[in-house]
Write a protein that binds this ligand. Structure first.
Ligand code: ADP
Length: 480
């Protein structure tokens, strides 16, 4: 059997206190792709102690010195692109091409924050009285606990640890239990980049137990989380006891609105990006497609044609465009949404089934699916599907479609296709979402703020917004 991969705490590779291990599977084949040491709150406590001890020296380094470590890591990650992408693809099924893009995105975050670390500016403010001076300092929060999901197992880590380290915080990361292998490889690169011991720590293990330690341990000042709204709420509640800071990037239910004046070919490509990338397993994925009556049939036809060309398969094959779903539970949920829509009058225009022929039998594959005649009563119209299924809802009126699009507790991403400039601005302003893609099906960039309104979360990742999440504001009043 392969060597058991360990956790990285205080600059050393260690096994779980409990001695437990966990096997990791490839969702395309069911094969075991690795075994990891699987810890709990006790290991998290050790890591928090290490991060706490490392904080004073790390936070007092000049920003330029911290920046050098991040820049080293940027280079190492960029040069390990193919290797990291292969691990991502093997542990969660993502097509290789996308996995390579994810790794470059992660590298870009390390570079961006290597630069941004140098721009943590304070302020001086004119005083109301002659014998005082006001100075405002921005300082790192302290130890940060980061919890990341399986759908972008490297980039989600980068988006948390890069700004935290740039700000001068120290970090304990808990990656998702189904995708620890890419995180472990990333930490081997972190070790190579030469970060002082204890500055960045990795704990793989039981989510509830590690999460509890993050919430209860007073040495930890902040929890940065990406995942389900359910777990985000648990963490926020738990963090409230010590008024810990939280950044939460939670679920979504993105509307994608196609107006009759849209470039339909561009809209189909935009939808393909926003719906089928990562097999539909992204929090910014389209979940409701609203198409104007006048173009609904033409749009559906073009979309079905596009899907016929899409290659579904093992993510490790070069030509795969859509991989498997991450596990059986995910596949069951997607099939349940399809069945529920069918039972309430939805019509299947493409796909609709699990793929079971030949090699597909070994993995969790769902056909790319289009459902028409969708109504607001169907689960797919209000629950997050997280799979390659497009429900088409027709609309006639702009105000009504905006009201329908906003009628959800989620508020992460929304998409609009139109060529009317005035309507672009109305949509940008009226949609209650943290991210609005206008004639853009893939609105993410390292320097832009990423995060949600309402129950989609709190805080932003990306650019200077992301750095601010890891800084405290201190007012210093000088009597002179
Ligand atoms: P998903 O359903 O997409 O897996 P989760 O919210 O369950 O989303 O998982 C996202 C991350 O949260 C993972 O790292 C997972 O291990 C972690 N997690 C799950 N439950 C808890 C919990 N009770 N406390 C802390 N972290 C948790």
């Amino acid at each position: 059997m392969d060597q058991v991969k360990q956790m990285f705490v205080n600059g050393e590779w260690i096994s779980a206190e409990s001695g437990e291990t966990l096997q990791i599977f490839n969702p395309a084949t069911g094969d075991t792709v690795g075994t990891v040491s699987f810890g709990d709150g006790r290991d998290a406590k050790k890591a928090i102690d290490a991060a706490h001890a490392a904080f004073p020296a790390w936070s007092r380094l000049t920003a330029r010195e911290r920046s050098k470590y991040l820049y080293n890591l940027y280079e190492l990650v960029r040069n390990s692109r193919d290797e990291l992408a292969a691990i991502i693809s093997a542990e969660m099924g993502k097509p290789l091409r996308e996995a390579k893009g994810e790794v470059l995105g992660a590298a870009d975050n390390f570079m961006w924050y290597a630069e941004e670390a140098k721009r943590v500016y304070g302020e001086t403010i004119p005083s109301s009285v002659p014998n005082k001076r006001i100075m405002v300092l921005r300082q790192p929060l302290g130890v940060v606990g980061a919890i990341t999901p399986w759908n972008f197992p490297v980039n989600m880590v980068a988006r948390k640890i890069a700004p935290a380290l740039a700000a001068g915080c120290t970090v304990v990361l808990k990656p998702a239990e189904s995708t620890p292998l890419s995180a472990i490889r990333l930490f081997e690169l972190i070790e190579q980049a030469g970060f002082p011991k204890g500055v960045v720590n990795l704990v793989v293990g039981k989510p509830e137990s590690i999460g509890q330690e993050f919430m209860d341990n007073p040495k930890l000042q902040k929890i940065g989380f990406t995942g389900s709204t359910r777990v985000g709420k648990l963490l926020m509640e738990g963090a409230a006891k010590q008024v810990k800071r939280v950044s939460l990037e939670l679920g979504g239910h993105a509307p994608f609105i196609v107006f009759p004046d849209a470039d339909l070919d561009a809209a189909v490509e935009g939808l393909f990006e926003s719906k089928f990338r990562n097999s539909g397993q992204m929090c910014i994925c389209t979940n409701r497609l609203y198409v104007h009556d006048e173009v609904a049939d033409a749009f559906a036809e073009k979309l079905v044609e596009r899907l016929k060309k899409a290659k579904v398969g093992d993510g490790r094959n070069k030509d795969t465009e859509i991989g498997p779903l991450v596990n059986e539970r995910a596949l069951k949920k997607v099939l349940d949404h399809i069945d529920d829509a069918k039972s309430k009058g939805g019509r299947i225009a493409a796909g609709g089934n699990r793929l079971t022929e030949g090699d597909y039998a070994k993995g969790f594959y769902c056909e790319p699916t289009v459902i028409t005649d969708v109504t607001e009563e169907m689960k797919i119209a209000y629950e997050e599907t997280f799979g390659p299924v497009v429900p088409i809802i027709r609309f006639q009126d702009e105000a009504a479609v905006v009201a329908a699009a906003n009628n959800t507790r989620y508020g992460l991403a929304a998409y609009v296709y139109t060529k009317d400039n005035a309507r672009c601005f109305r949509m940008a302003e009226q949609l209650e979402y943290g991210i609005v893609g206008i004639n853009d099906g893939s609105p993410t960039q390292t320097q832009a703020p990423f995060g949600g309104f309402k129950e989609s979360g709190i805080g932003r990742e990306g650019g200077h917004f992301g750095l601010e999440e890891y800084l405290e504001t201190k007012f210093v009043s000088f009597g002179i």
